[in-house]
Ligand binder design. Sequence first.
Ligand SMILES: C[S@@+](CC[C@H](N)C(=O)[O-])C[C@H]1O[C@@H](n2cnc3c(N)ncnc32)[C@H](O)[C@@H]1O
Length: 386
Amino acid sequence: MNTLGRFLEKLRDSLEQQTFVKITLSRGRGESGLRNVYGRLVELKAGTAVCFTLRHASRDVTRNDAPADAPRAIEKWLTDDFEEAHLFTTTGDWKLRAEHGGEWKMKAARPTFSAALGTSHDRPKVKAIGNAQFLVKLGVTAADGTVRPGMADKLRQVERFVEILGHLVDGSPLRDATAVRVCDMGAGKGYLTFATHEFFRARGVAAEVTGVEQRADLAEQTNRVAAELKTEMLKFSQGAIGAFALPDNLDVLIALHACDTATDDALAAGVRAGAKLLVVSPCCQKEVRREFSPPQILRGVLRHGILEERQAELLTDGIRALALDAAGYDTSVFEFISSEHTGKNVMIAATLRQTKKDPAPVREELRALMEFFGLRSQRLVELMGM
Ligand SMILES: C[S@@+](CC[C@H](N)C(=O)[O-])C[C@H]1O[C@@H](n2cnc3c(N)ncnc32)[C@H](O)[C@@H]1O
């Protein structure tokens, strides 16, 4: 039996013996436009199937094959389209690679996963990330998993974020995705960017994650950590949120604590890119406070600076939620982390709606609200042309 045949036999055995975890095809030969294929098990009404995500440059196609048919599909892709395959099972991992001249070479390694990944109904919850390597590298925890002095709030924030992300993904069209594209705008030191990557990795989802950060030193530092950790498909790009060209098939847009209207720039870019999930936590909203002119009846209340600031924040986030609703998203606004730990604790999460809803009433509500507060424009509303 040749090397490709032996690899396919490993795949067939793993599917039959239920030790299969996932399979990834990479190094596309280019002609078909296919960049990757990712396969994992899903539980359908008709029984277990292998769900393949076929990744092209600008779109993903998903299909389900019966486990008995999957090796034939993989054989065809490896013959026609790809030069590398990685099979993960609970008894071992196998990497198949075409050498120069097209000859296949196969390497075995110890299993990365000790248990099969959950199918759609019983996904493992990613909770304990306290001992993840990226936290050690980023100075949040020590090598033994203990929290470094002064980093307890950061760890709590990261863990809470991952917990929320899990709920949001499970309630979104990404629930059973095998591959996702994520962008984290205003990534800073990368805590949440690495956490997001780790979250998807632990779910067995191939995540291509990009952090966008305007500070060159931070982008350089986080890229270095990603290289040291050999974190696949995670990179940081130096530049401004408003100028970053997102792929047009983005799945998740994250922007936590991006200053002032940078949150609006990120949201508008995410909506334009068709992101299925938007997760932002705004920071220091200044625009509306500068621009609004509330009605006389509120003047007495808003002469107190702190109340004026809170009113402006409330209005800004309310406008953002309505604008996202009008753009086709089911939106929720909630407390991200207790205000005891940080003042920047509001989160806006928006999931792309699966069924159409007439945006006219929400647009009208938005217009009336802005008029009430004497607000002629707001960055997100302007960017979305509402
Ligand atoms: C408060 S930090 C938050 C970092 C990270 N998102 C977190 O929550 O841990 C905000 C980061 O966003 C970056 N930032 C702010 N405005 C930006 C813009 N317009 N384009 C790119 N980065 C921006 C800042 O340089 C900073 O590193």
